[in-house]
Design a protein. Structure first.
Length: 355
């Protein structure tokens, strides 16, 4: 990376600074147009149980979309960008965390680490999806390879993932969590139990499960998918500590997920992920404005729903070729290195050790 290139990228943070200011009225409007439809759709799903469960699912799926939108509010509160007041952010963040099954303080800590270390190969592990490099996979034990393959299987990641993360993992404190974080997790769990208890008392446990389970599952799948594709795409950016750059990680290591307008609104503009990583203080309702007002940001890697599906096959990061490879490509390299020619041998010499 040239010095001029680094200077140009660093100046981008100054360019988006005017959009970091939140608007209390806009934040309140978003609370209303998010939580209101969520409650209405949830009730509609329950009411439709007496008609047809297919109709219930037609209500539950958009309700799951509004759960995602609710989480974006929680997410902004974690960054202190939704309200000017830290107390207001903490209160609204905790409430929206209860509705989305996310412990606010716990997630705020892990997510801040994610922002500080995103795309840094030497600082993976907290707030990230597990990514192994080609060389790490080659050097790993058979059991670790198997564990990684299971973890990266789409059925596991997007099928069991929502259950494992939102229903189990987030119910427990992380090792070494401070008292404030631990107490917030306890408060979140108790609040979820109380809310669910009231709903079960009011409509019965069977009706509650028939409505809430698809809402939780679909929103969980969508949430994991959004996080996955916004950092794992063609031409992504990963570097070791000595070469890593925060600005480069934001602009080149985070995608612009160009969604249809309705989906963009439902997902709280989180598709402008490159802008968000560049400046987490920009509230979600200003992300598109910052993107449109800053020409260099418009050159970020753009993915669509169609092109993002390629990410399902991305499994390992190839440090030598600066891109993701599938397990199939890795298998081919391990078994038939000659197929890649002498150039590949020079680029990835450590692959030959496992032959």
């Amino acid at each position: 990376m040239t010095k001029n290139h680094t200077t140009q990228l660093s100046s981008l943070k100054k360019s988006v600074a005017p959009y970091e200011k939140n608007d209390r009225k806009a934040s309140i409007r978003q609370l209303i147009n998010t939580l209101g439809p969520l409650v209405i759709l949830w009730y509609g799903a329950y009411f439709s149980l007496s008609v047809s469960y297919w109709l219930t699912l037609l209500f539950a799926i958009p309700a799951a979309g509004f759960v995602i939108r609710t989480f974006i509010i929680c997410h902004d509160c974690c960054h202190g960008s939704f309200f000017k007041s830290r107390k207001a952010n903490d209160i609204i963040g905790t409430i929206t965390g209860v509705l989305t099954l996310v412990p606010y303080q716990q997630w705020r800590r892990s997510h801040s680490i994610h922002h500080a270390t995103s795309s840094n190969l030497d600082k993976r592990g907290i707030g990230d999806i597990w990514i192994m490099t080609v060389d790490e996979y080659v050097a790993a034990s058979r059991w670790k390879r198997l564990s990684y393959r299971i973890y990266r299987n789409p059925l596991v990641m997007f099928g069991l993932g929502p259950i494992a993360i939102f229903l189990i993992q987030y119910r427990f404190n992380a090792k070494g969590a401070r008292r404030k974080e631990r107490m917030n997790t306890y408060l979140t769990n108790v609040s979820i139990a109380a809310l669910y208890g009231v709903l079960i008392w009011a409509i019965g446990w069977q009706a509650f499960l028939l409505v809430q389970l698809p809402v939780v599952f679909v929103s969980g799948v969508l949430g994991i998918w959004l996080f996955y594709v916004q950092h794992q795409f063609e031409d992504s950016y990963f570097e070791n500590e000595e070469e890593w750059s925060y600005v480069m990680a934001a602009v080149e290591g985070s995608s612009y997920y160009k969604l249809p307008r309705l989906l963009q609104w439902i997902t709280g503009n989180i598709g402008f992920h490159h802008v968000h990583h560049l400046s987490p203080k920009v509230p979600n309702y200003n992300l598109e404005k910052a993107h449109n007002a800053t020409p260099p940001l418009q050159k970020a890697t753009t993915i669509t729903i169609g092109t993002s599906l390629k990410a399902i096959h991305f499994r390992l990061w190839d440090e030598e070729n600066k891109g993701f490879v599938s397990f199939k490509e890795m298998k081919s390299r391990l078994r038939n290195p000659q197929e890649k020619g002498e150039a590949l041998k020079v680029q990835t010499p450590r692959l030959q050790r496992v032959e």
